[in-house]
Ligand binder design. Structure first.
Ligand code: IVH
Length: 688
């Protein structure tokens, strides 16, 4: 690494500037692409300012590849048109019908190549289909001279000024690259960067973006490069445009994968999820594996892309109209769809919480048909301004409950009424109140409210609590509405006749319910405790309480400070537990349940064993080689550690896997120790 010693003889300015450019380039690559910075930020800034000062003195020596040219430039009136030297093609989409899209693609390629079942499997490369926008980066003699959007494939827009602001995109390439080199790839925005940008926009009272792709597209097409520079963009390379041909001294590659490795060595970000795959079976496995990782990746993808690896075979396969025959996109089910709002209902939860729910025209999104989407609470519903009749974007990602992302205001007809939260519980008519500092309205009816009673019973009977098989919401509705069951112990007082007399209840089913109730009496302390539905006491807390105290009476009588000694229990939880058991009717419910024969094995209070990770906070980023995100989290928590979502000075360790991004940068910035999966496993085993 070059150092700049004040006492060394001063080289001439031009040479010094070249040296500074080189150092800053190297560092930017290590920082943005390799995630392994070697210079402290302050030192980078100092060198950067030194170069800026020299450039101010010698404007004639400013080169387009200078790192100072990433920012700045004047706002444009409009973007100039760029005719692509090699058209930017689109790509065929393979959809799953009977067979998987991967199998259809492989079968098509084999047919085109005239292969039979006896011929060996074809080598493919499988890649994520990044959900951003396509970009052509043109380098001449190793210097970035132009960045252009795809446009209509023939003519795009010159967005060079904005693209220069992307730290991951090299402005200059190492010596020896082809005289003309066009690298193609996707400009996108990471999810954490997107969230941070929206937070910033909200704080400044400006409009927020609907999703990372829209935010990225907006940034790229921003006429003022100073604004574009503040929008955090990223880039992945996935192919080439025009290149100096081999006969003119250009490079020769045999395969797409080899080409990708070369691009990586030249400083371009290439996803670690780009993998070689043999034949249809491995493509199918790739599709499934990436599908499972989709929600844990730091960025949005909308499918995968399969490419024939051999460039000779690619040439042989050629193109049909505007699409290559050698590549296809295989999409995942869309996570966002348009639909319309039929009504806005207000549901009452177990704790009396009122939740506005948009009733939707059925829509297939995220792999399931969705008819309801939560609007969370009054403020959210107002902020999004969802009204009956509106056309909305619905999102369902992974197992997360569907939500309304935004309203398409230009599709709104007439002026439907603004949503307001009812002041009375829609179920029991009790007052609904919103406490100071709370986001939610709650029905004050308590167990007088049949909605709360029903939810309390369903909560107690669920599989994760005492488990009464077959006791579903329809049956609970019937039992509560008919006034047969009012409190939990009433469940165990149910007789055969009462059950069998219900509409649509056969004798056999009635007996099954009674058997299931009998079976549920043998339970465990954590299940019983969780089943009581104490606010803030989830399964994990119930387990921790049971482990700590051993016996229910000890928990029921524990003062707040004794509860606070339990791992996982903070002041809010402790207060909630105390409040619950301070109410005579709750103690009565417990007594009656015991009297009805609900039992569990009670134990001794556990000695407080020091757990290997207690007191340590972890942040997970990127894709770990073997552990899923949830799995890693569960292991850390089981060992007494905490898992947080963002890196701060309080973070003990950042666990980083492939494609780790800004959290890793942040860890380095704050000097937080970084672990890989193996090191984490060692700690979990108590090895550190
Ligand atoms: S290859 C001739 N690879 O998908 C094939 N495209 O191509 C050129 N996309 O808007 C495209 N991820 O920006 C390729 N790994 C990937 C990709 C990818 C995303 C986008 C691309 C274009 C669309 C169709």
């Amino acid at each position: 690494m070059t150092t700049f010693d004040l006492f060394a003889p001063e080289p001439d300015d031009a040479a010094l500037m070249a040296q500074l450019r080189q150092t800053l380039h190297d560092h930017a690559h290590r920082y943005y692409v390799l995630d392994a910075p070697t210079l402290p930020d302050a030192e980078y800034d100092r060198l950067f300012r030194q170069l800026q000062a020299l450039e101010a003195r010698h404007p004639e020596l400013i080169t387009p590849d200078s790192p100072t040219q990433r920012v700045g430039g004047k706002p444009l009136e409009q973007f100039a048109a760029v005719r692509h030297a090699v058209p930017m093609l689109s790509i065929r989409t393979e959809t799953d019908t009977q067979a998987s899209g991967a199998e259809l693609f492989d079968a098509r390629i084999r047919r085109e190549l005239g292969l039979t079942a006896l011929d060996p499997a074809i080598d493919y490369v499988a890649e994520p289909k990044f959900d951003g926008l396509a970009m052509n980066l043109r380098y001449e003699r190793g210097v970035l001279v132009q960045a252009a959007t795809r446009g209509d494939g023939e003519v795009g827009e010159d967005v060079t000024q904005n693209i220069r602001t992307i730290g991951q995109i090299p402005l200059r390439l190492p010596a020896g690259v082809p005289a003309v080199l066009e690298v193609r790839g996707e400009v996108y925005m990471r999810r954490d960067d997107f969230e941070a940008l929206n937070d910033k926009q909200r704080a400044a009272g400006q409009k927020t973006f609907v999703n990372p792709r829209n935010a990225a597209a907006g940034a790229v097409r921003q006429l003022d490069p100073a604004i574009a520079a503040q929008r955090p963009l990223s880039f992945y390379a996935y192919g080439l445009g025009a290149v100096t041909p081999p006969e003119a001294g250009g490079p020769v590659w045999q395969s797409h994968f080899e080409l990708m490795q070369t691009l990586k060595s030249w400083g371009f970000p290439v996803s670690e999820l780009v993998k070689c795959a043999q034949g249809a079976a491995e493509l199918v496995a790739y599709y499934d594996a990436i599908g499972r990782q989709r929600d844990a990746l730091g960025f949005d993808i909308d499918g995968v892309v399969y490419k024939v690896n051999s460039l000779a075979l690619q040439r042989q396969l050629g193109f049909v109209t505007r699409e290559p025959r050698w590549a296809v996109a295989h999409k995942f089910p869309a996570q966002e769809m348009l639909t319309s709002v039929l009504a806005i209902d207000v549901q009452v939860g177990r704790t009396g919480k009122l939740t506005p729910v948009a009733k939707l025209a059925p829509v297939f999104v995220g792999g399931v048909t969705v008819t309801n989407a939560t609007l969370h609470n009054e403020d959210e519903a107002r902020r999004k301004d969802v009204r009956v009749g509106d056309t909305v974007i619905v999102r369902r990602a992974g197992d997360v409950i569907p939500e309304v992302v935004s309203v398409l205001l230009d599709k709104r007809v007439d002026e439907p009424a603004i949503f307001t939260m009812p002041r009375l519980c829609p179920v029991c008519g009790s007052a609904a109140v919103r406490e100071e500092g709370e986001a939610d309205y709650r029905c004050t009816g308590g167990l007088f409210c049949s909605a709360q009673r029903k939810q309390a019973i369903l909560h107690f009977a669920q599989r994760r609590a005492v488990e009464v098989e077959g006791l579903g919401d329809k049956l609970v509705d019937q039992l509560v509405d008919a006034g047969i069951i009012n409190t939990l112990p009433d469940l165990y007082r149910l007789g055969f006749t009462a059950l069998a007399n219900l509409a649509r209840m056969a004798d056999k089913s009635a007996q099954n319910i009674l058997d299931a109730l009998e079976k549920s009496k043998q339970t465990t302390l954590p299940r019983f405790l969780f089943g009581l539905g104490i606010r803030h006491v989830g399964e994990a807390t119930a387990k921790a309480l049971a482990r700590h105290f051993g016996q229910l009476d000890a928990i029921m009588d524990a003062p707040e400070d004794a509860l606070l000694a339990v791992a996982d229990v903070g002041p809010i939880v402790a207060k909630s537990i105390r409040t619950f058991f301070d109410q005579a009717h709750n103690r009565e419910v417990v007594e009656q349940l015991r009297a009805c024969g609900v039992t569990w094995a009670e134990g001794e209070p556990a000695p407080v064993a020091a757990q290997p990770l207690s007191g340590q906070t972890f942040v997970l980023t990127g894709t770990l080689p073997t552990l899923g995100r949830e799995e890693a989290k569960a292991l850390i928590e089981a060992a007494g550690g905490k898992v947080a979502g963002s890196v701060s000075k309080k973070t003990s360790f950042v666990v980083a896997g492939a494609e780790a991004g800004s959290k890793l940068d942040k860890a380095r910035e704050l000097g937080v120790a970084v672990l890989d999966e193996d090191q984490l496993k060692e700690m979990l085993d108590g090895g550190a």
